[in-house]
Design a protein around this ligand. Structure first.
Ligand code: ADP
Length: 268
C-alpha cells in the first residue's frame, strides 16, 4: 500500500508569555507524535480539547512549522517545500474545518465559493469552471441549483457539503478534516460521514479525521490514534479501540459516549 503521509517524531513547543512580559515558559503542545497514512484509508485523531490534535493538523498542512520531527508527503520531507512544490502540496492536501465559514465566505454565492480554487489555480474558462462546479455539487449530493444560493440560505449539513465540494475542486489526494462534523446534529453527522466514506471509495482519498468525539470515528476510521496532553496514548485498528482498548484513558473516552459505556466490561 502506498504511504501518503508519514509523521515522524513530530513535536511543537509554544512559548507561553506569563504575567511577566520578559519571561516566557515553553509549553509542549505536541510531543513526539508519529503515524503513517496509507492511500485510501482514514486515520482518526481523537482526544479531548487541548490535547494537540489541531496543532498536529496544522503541521501536516504546513501551516505551522514543527519544533522538531518532520512530515513526509509521498516520501518527501515537506519542510523545505516552497514555490511550485508548496503550491502543489496545497492543491493535493486540503483542509476541511468544523466551521465551514472558516473556509467559505458568507458573501460569496455557492458557485463562487466552489469555483474560487479553480480560478486561483488557472482554470480561466468560465464554462469549464461551471461544468466542474456542477460535477462537484453532484458528488456531494446537492442539486445544481444550489449554485445560485448563499451560505446563510443553507442548513449546516448543506454548508458542510459545500465546504467538502470546495476542498475537492482541485482533485486532492488527502483531506485533513478537523472537527468537520462536530457542529452537526447526529443524524446529519451520519449523512456527512456516509458521504465522506462514499467519496473516499470513489476518489481513492486519504483522510486525517480529527475529532474530540470518539463516537463518530467508528463509522469512518480504519485506525484511531488517541492523544492526551500532546502525546499519543494509544494507536490501533478502530475495532480494537472500541472492543478492546489497551489504555485507561481510551476506556474513559469510550465510557463518555452516551449509550456506549454499558458495552464495556467491569474493568473499564
Ligand atoms: P486540540 O486541537 O486537541 O483541541 P490544540 O492543538 O488546538 O488542541 O492545542 C493544544 C494545546 O496547545 C492547547 O493547550 C492550546 O492552548 C495550545 N496552543 C495551541 N496553539 C497555540 C499557540 N499558537 N500558542 C500557544 N499555545 C497554543
Amino acid at each position: 500500500p502506498d504511504l501518503m503521509i508519514q509523521v515522524q517524531d513530530l513535536s511543537k513547543v509554544f512559548d507561553i508569555r506569563g504575567s511577566v512580559p520578559w519571561k516566557s515558559t515553553p509549553f509542549t503542545a505536541v510531543d513526539s507524535v508519529s503515524f503513517d497514512l496509507e492511500r485510501g484509508t482514514t486515520t482518526a485523531i481523537v482526544g479531548e480539547s487541548g490535547s494537540g490534535k489541531s496543532t498536529v493538523a496544522q503541521m501536516v498542512l504546513k501551516l505551522l512549522e514543527p519544533t522538531s520531527g518532520r512530515v513526509l508527503f509521498e516520501g518527501k520531507d515537506i519542510t523545505t517545500y516552497q514555490g511550485a512544490e508548496l503550491k502543489q502540496l496545497r492543491r493535493r492536501l486540503q483542509p476541511v474545518f468544523q466551521n465551514p465559514y472558516g473556509s467559505i465566505d458568507p458573501t460569496y454565492s455557492i458557485f463562487r465559493t466552489i469555483e474560487e480554487p479553480l480560478r486561483l489555480h488557472g482554470v480561466t474558462k468560465h464554462s469549464e469552471r461551471e461544468a466542474r462546479v456542477r460535477q462537484l455539487l453532484d458528488q456531494v449530493s446537492l442539486p445544481a441549483a444550489t449554485m445560485q444560493r448563499y451560505p446563510n440560505e443553507l442548513s449546516g449539513g448543506q454548508r458542510q457539503r459545500v465546504a467538502v465540494a470546495r476542498a475537492l475542486a482541485l482533485r486532492p489526494d488527502v483531506l485533513v478534516l478537523d472537527e468537520a462534523v462536530s457542529a452537526l446534529d447526529v443524524l446529519v453527522q451520519d449523512q456527512v460521514l456516509k458521504l465522506l466514506g462514499d467519496l473516499q471509495d470513489e476518489l481513492d482519498l486519504s483522510y486525517i479525521f480529527i475529532t474530540h468525539d470518539l463516537a463518530v470515528v467508528r463509522q469512518i476510521a480504519d485506525d484511531v490514534m488517541v492523544m492526551e496532553h500532546g502525546k499519543v496514548v494509544e494507536h490501533a485498528r478502530t475495532e480494537q479501540v472500541f472492543t478492546d482498548p489497551q489504555q485507561e484513558y481510551t476506556r474513559r473516552l469510550l465510557e463518555a459516549i452516551p449509550g456506549r459505556g454499558i458495552t464495556l466490561g467491569a474493568g473499564g
